[in-house]
Design a protein around this ligand. Structure first.
Ligand code: M6R
Length: 617
């Protein structure tokens, strides 16, 4: 959560104000409670900050206008943790003398203690944030005669918690100091000219493809077109890091004619899936063999990634012949303390690779026992990969919309590919069947393309039809419970509706009591082994006045007859395709959520109170 961006340059051609403004705008998905920019010029800091989304702020505060001749600037977009989303609590935060500015992503756990200590020695604070202690600590160390770099190192030694910080100081107009612990930080570089720091790569991708990915406990000194890294754990020794060349196409991180990232990313699903199909056989069999030789298997993640885990668990267990226990990452340690055994395998899923609860779950497990971590992420080099034995990168390309869409489908696809690889190794199904499962997987992108081509008007019609409803059920059985939960989560987060994504069978043990005339119930109904029982559940809800919207395959008859509206997925009604319905059925529900957000005048890319990357517990 929170995004930081910085630039230091000697390139006269560059408009620092525009670059830093564009950079922070690209990071807005990380938090949009407030935004601030500090520029350093003529030995003075110029701060502009305000609460709200960047576009709203810009109407009154021209964030991109900085004094002529500015060569260095830092920016921040905030997802509030400590202190309400106000101008005062917006970053950057300064020291008492207005000489040092800091932007920060993370949480300083012991900030209260530090703040009391600093206040008692005469420091004045202007915000309720944890961050504000950092410039004051640096100020203290500089007063003692340390230079900016050493003062920052000493300040960080006093801070417990997580941080990616960028610091500038008026007497060092050509230097930005950055440091990272548990929050992402990337350095982009145009050698000899300009250096950038950013919470992610797409923010500087239009400017350079060359970058360094910072690791935990590293500090870097950035000058124009030059960077030096230091190891905070090893006497602040100078370290050599490998420069990376980013292959992503910048179009992938821009809206490309779509009104919102969410819509663009739904339409990118077929291609993202095609690319994810290319995961090497070798890597898949590493995952498969690790699972086959494990005594216990867990699968863990948060939010949408957890729903992908539920779907994937179902698919894998079909062929694995062993139980997989799913546990939400925030509950992992609590639930497994005392029972986690050696020779367990944990599948961890995180599109960003930065979700702190997921990282902590696997870090704890690694420390507690001899376990293997198999990770599925969308971000090469993300924090989670450091704690993993094997990593699958899903190839969905950058996902900017806060609501996960294409990363969900590709996560489920990666898990499905592992499942088929297991079936192959175990030889539990015929070669002919293996080919049919592969063919079904290969055909998914075309099914989604076809669906998206023909169904947008229907989805808009459903949205209009349901417009006034505040509450919904998403019901299903078997593998589709994961689809119901994820479809429900999408509508909940972007359209601010209350949705219960639930088992259709369990719904009659309580939730059904909510149903009145016209109550909308969305049934996810692929023709798998649960279908006939689901027909019964549809009747139970229909007879109580429920308005039935069902998602079915094209050839469906029975549930179609019982439904007020059907969404038809153009896929064959066979067991091969049914097993992968969490992927083929999902774009319908994602589109439903997207158009519902528009109908309610909400910005689907910036759902209320959310952030794309959740780096707090
Ligand atoms: O980056 P991760 O996959 O670890 O993120 C997990 C959740 O925070 C994320 O899926 C969240 O639920 C999204 N807003 C869902 O759209």
């Amino acid at each position: 959560m929170c995004g930081i961006f910085g630039i230091v340059t000697n390139n006269q051609e560059i408009s620092v104000g525009k670059v830093v403004f564009d950079g922070i705008k690209r990071l807005e998905y990380r938090g949009y409670d407030s935004c601030g920019i500090v520029s350093l010029c003529n030995s003075k800091l110029y701060v502009k900050k305000e609460a709200g989304k960047i576009d709203e702020i810009y109407k009154n505060v021209k964030l991109d206008e900085v004094p002529d001749g500015t060569k260095l600037a830092l920016a921040h977009t905030r997802w509030a943790t400590h202190g309400t989303p106000t101008k005062q609590n917006s970053h950057p935060h300064l020291d008492c003398l207005n000489k040092i500015a800091v932007v920060h992503n993370g949480i300083i756990d012991n900030f209260m203690e530090l703040r009391n200590e600093l206040s008692s020695t005469g420091h004045t604070f202007n915000s309720d944030t944890d961050t504000e202690v950092i410039p004051h600590l640096i100020e203290d160390f500089m007063k003692k005669g340390f230079n900016l770099k050493v003062a920052t190192i000493n300040a960080l030694k006093k801070c417990k918690g997580a941080y990616a910080i960028a610091v500038c100081q008026v007497d060092n107009p050509d230097t930005i100091i950055v440091a990272r612990k548990e929050s992402p930080l990337i350095i982009g570089i145009e050698e000899g000219k300009t250096t950038y720091c950013s919470s992610d790569i797409p923010a500087f991708l239009p400017l350079t493809r060359k970058c360094y990915i910072m690791e935990d406990n590293e500090l870097a000194v950035l000058k124009a077109g030059e960077v030096n890294f230091f190891d905070l754990k090893n006497d602040n020794e100078l370290i050599k890091k490998k420069i990376q060349n980013i292959e992503w196409n910048i179009d992938a991180a821009e809206k490309g004619g779509y009104e919102h990232f969410m819509l663009k990313e739904i339409y990118e699903e077929p291609n993202a899936l095609r690319l994810t199909m290319k995961i090497s056989e070798q890597l898949l069999s590493k995952f498969a063999n690790a699972l086959l030789s494990a005594d216990n298997i867990y699968i863990t993640a948060a939010g949408t990634s957890y729903h992908a885990a539920l779907a994937g668990k179902f698919i894998i267990t079909r062929f694995l012949g062993k139980h997989i226990q799913d546990i939400e990452c925030s509950e992992f340690e609590t639930q497994l303390k005392g029972s986690l055994q050696n020779n367990s395998v944990i599948i961890a899923i995180s599109q960003s690779g930065e979700t702190i609860d997921t990282i902590e779950a696997i870090r704890w497990a690694k420390k507690a026992k001899s376990v293997k971590i198999l990770t599925i992420t969308n971000v090469v080099g993300s924090s989670i990969t450091r704690y993993s034995d094997h990593v699958i990168v899903t190839n969905a390309g950058p996902e900017i919309g806060v609501a996960a869409t294409k990363t969900y489908s590709t996560q489920v696809l990666a898990l499905a590919l592992i499942a088929v690889s297991i079936a192959k190794i175990r030889k539990i199904i015929s070669d002919e069947d293996i080919i049919k499962y592969y063919d079904a997987l290969t055909g998914i992108p075309n099914i989604i393309d076809k669906f998206l081509e023909k169904n947008v008007d229907l989805i808009k019609y459903i949205v209009n039809n349901l417009e006034k409803n505040m509450n919904y059920f998403f019901l299903a059985r078997g593998i589709s419970i994961a689809t119901a939960k994820e479809g429900g989560l999408k509508l909940k987060e972007v359209a601010c509706r209350f949705i219960e994504g639930y088992s259709a069978a369990s719904a009659k043990h309580g939730p059904i009591s909510l149903v009145r005339e016209g109550f909308p119930i969305i049934f996810i109904a692929p023709p798998d082994e649960t279908y006939n029982r689901l027909v019964g559940n549809v009747m139970e809800f229909k007879s109580r006045g429920g308005r039935i919207i069902s998602v079915v395959v094209e050839s469906d008859v029975k549930i179609t007859k019982l439904s007020d509206i059907t969404i038809r997925i153009p896929q064959p009604a066979d067991k091969y395709h049914n097993l992968f319905s969490p992927i083929t059925f999902m774009p319908a529900l994602q589109l439903l959520a997207y158009y519902a957000a528009l109908a309610h005048d909400l910005d689907p890319d910036k759902p209320l109170n959310l952030s794309k990357t959740v780096t707090v517990h």
